[in-house]
Write a protein that binds this ligand. Structure first.
Ligand SMILES: C[S@@+](CC[C@H](N)C(=O)[O-])C[C@H]1O[C@@H](n2cnc3c(N)ncnc32)[C@H](O)[C@@H]1O
Length: 278
């Protein structure tokens, strides 16, 4: 029996071909499940729009654009700008194209956040919502974002922080020795990575959200439906035993009626490439 386990981050490095494949498979059902992703995009975009009222970008890049919810909001906010959506999963971009208004072109490219198919200084603004946690290295991604932004260009991002799915991580830790939920970076690690790349005006904000599920199985099904399988290199390769799964479910804290809570820590970040930045 193979159970979906979840997520990855710098502690458990994701296997990229599986990340693309997993999100591609999830693309058609993604929008029906992506409530947290939408709420997060809305909050980060609202914060960004308030900080960039004087900006008139020519090119905006949405990295890990998925089915294009934030991409469409970027386009509505800056209708004069051209928006480029990049994602590892072709299937996600196919859905994004379907939702895009006919009158305007959507520029989409299959590509990796850590090696973007964009020239040095090619874009004015870069947005990325809940995709960074899938990168092998946030430092590599931040440095790549810096490369493709023009001097003075703006970056807004969100990613998961260490409290994310801590209940599930702890429940699995008491069930077997494999990595099921990796450790997401602390805000300090993100700040150090950003400072090291040369970003200026770094602001980080952490928010904790707790979501309720009818049971652990519902939580796992939602994560699987979002494409968020366990794709870390040290995941269990063999089919997981029924008993490990049962131990995990038994260890997950549940209400008297079997309902469970899952925590999601979202870290939002805003910064800019200095005007003097190369
Ligand atoms: C949780 S979804 C978020 C999608 C979208 N940003 C949103 O807010 O709905 C994460 C997306 O990141 C993409 N992704 C993961 N790793 C990536 C990488 N290294 N480069 C580009 N896209 C990546 C996935 O294919 C997926 O579409």
């Amino acid at each position: 029996m193979s159970h979906p386990a979840v997520f990855c981050g710098e502690g458990g490095v994701p296997e990229k071909h599986w990340v693309g494949r997993s999100f591609g498979r999830a693309a058609d059902g993604y929008d029906g499940l992506a409530g947290l992703q939408r709420t997060t995009a809305d909050a980060v975009l609202a914060g960004w729009f308030a900080r960039t009222t004087r900006h008139r970008p020519d090119w905006i890049l949405d990295v890990g654009a998925g089915t294009g919810y934030p991409t469409r909001h970027l386009h509505q906010h800056w209708p004069e700008a051209r928006v480029l959506a990049v994602d590892l999963a072709e299937g996600m971009l196919r859905v994004a194209r379907r939702h895009w208004p006919d009158a305007d072109p959507l520029h989409c490219v299959v590509g990796d956040a850590e090696t973007l198919p964009v020239a040095d200084g090619g874009v004015d603004m870069l947005f990325t919502n809940l995709a960074l946690q899938w990168c092998s290295s946030v430092t590599a991604a931040f440095s790549e974002f810096y490369r493709v932004l023009k001097p003075g260009g703006q970056l807004a991002f969100s990613t998961f922080g260490p409290a994310t799915l801590h209940e599930l991580r702890a429940a699995w830790a008491s069930a077997d020795d494999h990595t099921h939920v990796s450790h997401f970076p602390e805000p300090d690690i993100l700040r150090t990575a950003l400072d090291g790349c040369g970003w200026a005006g770094v602001e980080l904000h952490s928010t904790l959200t707790r979501l309720q599920y009818a049971g652990v199985l519902d939580l796992m099904h939602e994560l699987k439906g979002l494409g968020a399988h366990n794709l870390t290199r040290n995941r269990a390769r063999h089919l997981q035993g029924k008993s490990a799964w049962q131990r995990m479910v038994a260890a997950y804290p549940a209400d008297r009626n079997g309902e469970v809570w899952a925590s999601f820590e979202v870290i939002a970040g805003y910064c800019r490439k200095p005007v003097s930045g190369k």
